[in-house]
Design a binder for this molecule. Structure first.
Ligand code: PMP
Length: 289
């Protein structure tokens, strides 16, 4: 595997960053997870815009222009022949002396890894996921913006662990008010009587790129998604629930907190949305070359 670090393409064994990088010491940095399909990078511009927005929010200067970063990302895919894979793009605060102040780090570091990922085994797309509500609340806006895709993912990791320990594949996260925010690594949608709803970003959801794509294609199908505050009750009584994410794509949920969703099988609208989503991933994207 060839890894991009700060302008260089290095063999994996030589791809090293400093232990004094504040990304490592303090989780100070931002990242993106991006997919490639059929030798094209899916929604690359959208992911890069979100990365620059996350960086801006934490006062982190990305040391490359948008076009330079785009070129480096595509080139990393090309050098790894990453036709159908996953890209991890990380911008960390860079190496500096100990202490929280970012001013100790003269230059941010950029790392790009293009590899493979399998999030959920095929069986879950056919049969649906079991999800539980975790006790870990989604980050409060009063503490740190939950829309920043930062290197400090412990809030989500602790929620994920709760689900894993309970034998669930994902964990639902509520916000401080007890309203539905999202899952530990995916956005959530519910369908009731042909009406699709999803929590708004201000409820604590990440502005998911897949969420955006699904909202657009649902509108094209004549089923516009309503962004609205949701409670667990709204989910329990839904006809269908599905999650979205770059890695997970569109995945059905058939069990939430031991409530069977719909008839306990992935529903027809979820199936249609999944098909359309697959079609889009296979017809759009920045060519890798
Ligand atoms: N929420 C969280 C907390 C995430 O980490 C992610 C990304 N895995 C998502 C939602 C989905 O976002 P996207 O569709 O941009 O991958």
């Amino acid at each position: 595997m060839i890894i991009y670090i700060d302008g260089e393409f290095l063999e994996e064994k030589d791809a090293k960053i400093s232990v004094l990088d504040h990304g490592y010491l303090y989780g100070d940095g931002v990242f993106e997870g991006i997919r490639t399909y059929d030798n094209r990078v899916f929604k690359l511009d959208e992911h890069l815009h979100r990365l620059y927005d996350s960086a801006k929010a934490i006062l982190l200067q990305v040391p490359l222009s948008f076009d330079e970063l785009k070129k480096a990302t595509v080139e990393t895919c090309r050098r790894n022949a990453c036709a159908n894979g996953y890209i991890r793009l990380v911008v960390s605060r860079g190496a500096g002396s100990l202490g929280l102040g970012p001013d100790r780090c003269p230059k941010a570091s950029v790392v790009i890894i293009a590899a493979n990922i399998e999030l959920y085994p095929e069986k879950y797309y056919r049969e649906g996921l079991k999800v539980i509500t975790g006790g870990t609340r989604r980050l409060s806006w009063n503490a740190f913006s939950p829309t920043v895709k930062s290197l400090n993912y412990l809030n989500n990791i602790m929620a994920k662990v709760e689900g894993m320990r309970a034998g669930a594949q994902e964990t639902l996260m509520l916000n401080e008010q007890g309203l539905v925010a999202e899952c530990s690594g995916d956005n959530i949608f519910a369908i009731k009587k042909n009406k699709i709803t999803t929590p708004p970003i201000w409820a604590g959801a990440l502005a998911g790129i897949t969420r955006d794509v699904v909202m657009k294609l649902s509108a094209e199908m004549g089923l516009p998604v309503e962004e609205t505050n949701m409670t667990r009750y709204d989910l329990y009584v839904a006809d269908e629930i599905f999650l979205t994410g770059t890695g997970a794509e569109v995945v059905p949920v058939v069990d939430l907190d031991s409530r069977v969703i719909g008839d306990g099988k992935p529903g027809p609208i979820t199936r249609k949305i999944t098909e359309r989503y697959h079609a889009i991933t296979r017809s759009e994207g920045t060519p890798i070359g």
